[in-house]
Design a protein around this ligand. Structure first.
Ligand code: AOF
Ligand code: ZN
Length: 368
């Protein structure tokens, strides 16, 4: 049977649902951030909107249905991801859509989760709803890629964040305060970027040199703190480090070799740090085991902030999905790409975006 047709109105409503989903990124792990809009096509009126709640439940569709009340009967629901068909903490969203009396469902992409994968759409069709797939699919895949990569590859979607000076060199901390190679706009953008990830990862050298806090502190605007992950083969980080001292309030996980110092472990655990034993392969913490541990803890989107050794090992292990590069000034794209290649080695990346950031520039590169 041919797929029912979609309209310009459908595309417009899906664009709103996608924007809603984008806002939930970084807040819904282990679940995807999904957006839902309920609209009356005959009047063009939006009846309700919903986004996946922080922590992943309730799902977007049930939020929107509850907000729309009685008016949902006969209306259309727009969802960025196929409604679920499994019994979780509540019943399936597909059943809730049927029970609410919606007559049409426009869905951007299917859910790769094996508990769903097509069954949500089948359920809607069986109940007599018209189902349209594929509206806004490319953008939905981009927004949902943490969930997609977690399910299909058992690792988080991984972004490397690089900040370099005009010569392509790295900002070096002096142990007291980190040196910013870029200005205020890029620094604020970097904070907002953090808020869209479930976890931020650094190596022990970065903890020793820069003593970062890795939070999103934008007073009055944003105060979110993704989980913080430190890779430290030998547990050689000071217990006075900001990350350690704030570990009781913000999830802080340390990935270390099974034979690292038992006394240091006890000290770190007493501050609230959670220790994960990772096998050593070729002298280094084995990244696939780290990815597995993160997936097990529900991480779908990972931001790797550094330093250079860590960037390089992610690149060597083919674990880079995206690179965000900030460079001081306005260098040419070629200069930026060359600087990335010098840091990461031969990784196939393509340039997808270039944006001015105050007096600096930001590039976004994707796995080619
Ligand atoms: C939806 N709408 O807003 C989300 C969905 O652990 P549970 O029971 O909450 O189910 C999580 C799964 O539900 C998740 O893997 C994905 O397949 C789907 N997430 N589904 O219809 C939503 N967040
Ligand atoms: Zn659901």
């Amino acid at each position: 049977m041919a797929e029912p047709k979609s309209s310009a109105f459908d595309a417009e409503m899906m664009a709103i649902a996608l924007r809603m989903a984008g806002r939930g990124l970084g807040a819904t792990a282990p679940n995807p951030s999904v957006g839902a809009v309920i609209a009356d096509e005959t009047t063009g009126e939006i009846l309700a909107r919903g986004v996946t709640a922080p922590g992943g439940r309730p799902h977007a569709e049930t939020v929107a249905i509850a907000a729309a009340g009685q008016r949902v009967r006969g209306a259309t629901i727009y969802v960025t991801l196929e409604p679920c068909s499994h019994y979780g903490r509540t019943g399936p969203c597909a059943d809730a859509i049927v029970a609410a009396g919606l007559k049409r469902a426009v869905v951007a992409i299917e859910d790769p989760d094996p508990r769903v994968s097509g069954r949500g759409l089948d359920r809607l069709r069986e109940a007599g709803l018209e189902v349209v797939r594929g509206v806004g699919a490319a953008e939905a895949r981009r927004i949902t890629r943490g969930h997609i990569v977690r399910i299909t590859e058992r690792r988080p979607f991984t972004t490397l964040k690089l900040a370099l000076d005009p010569a392509g060199e790295i900002a070096r901390g002096n142990g007291v305060s980190p040196i910013w190679v870029t200005g205020e706009t890029a620094r604020v953008h970097g904070m907002l970027l953090r808020a869209h990830f479930d976890a931020i990862l650094v190596g022990s050298a970065t903890v020793r040199d820069d003593d970062p806090e890795l939070t999103c502190r934008l007073p009055g605007l944003l105060d979110r703190s993704p989980a913080r992950i430190i890779l430290s083969h030998a547990l050689d980080i000071p217990t006075g480090a900001k990350l350690v001292r704030s570990a009781a309030g913000i999830p802080t996980w340390l990935m270390t070799a099974p034979e690292s110092d038992p006394q240091k472990r006890v000290q770190l655990i007493s501050h609230g740090v959670e220790i994960h034993d990772i096998p050593i392969v070729g002298g280094d913490l084995w990244l696939p085991a780290i990815m597995e541990a993160l997936v097990g803890r529900g991480i779908t989107r990972l931001l790797v902030e550094g330093g250079p050794r860590i960037w390089r090992s992610f690149a060597d292990a083919s674990l880079v999905d995206e690179v965000i590069l900030y460079m001081a000034g306005t260098p040419a794209d070629k200069k930026a790409m060359d600087a990335v290649a010098r840091r990461l080695g031969p990784v196939a990346l393509s340039l997808v975006d270039r944006r001015p950031m105050g007096s600096d520039t930001m590039w976004r590169l994707h796995r080619a």
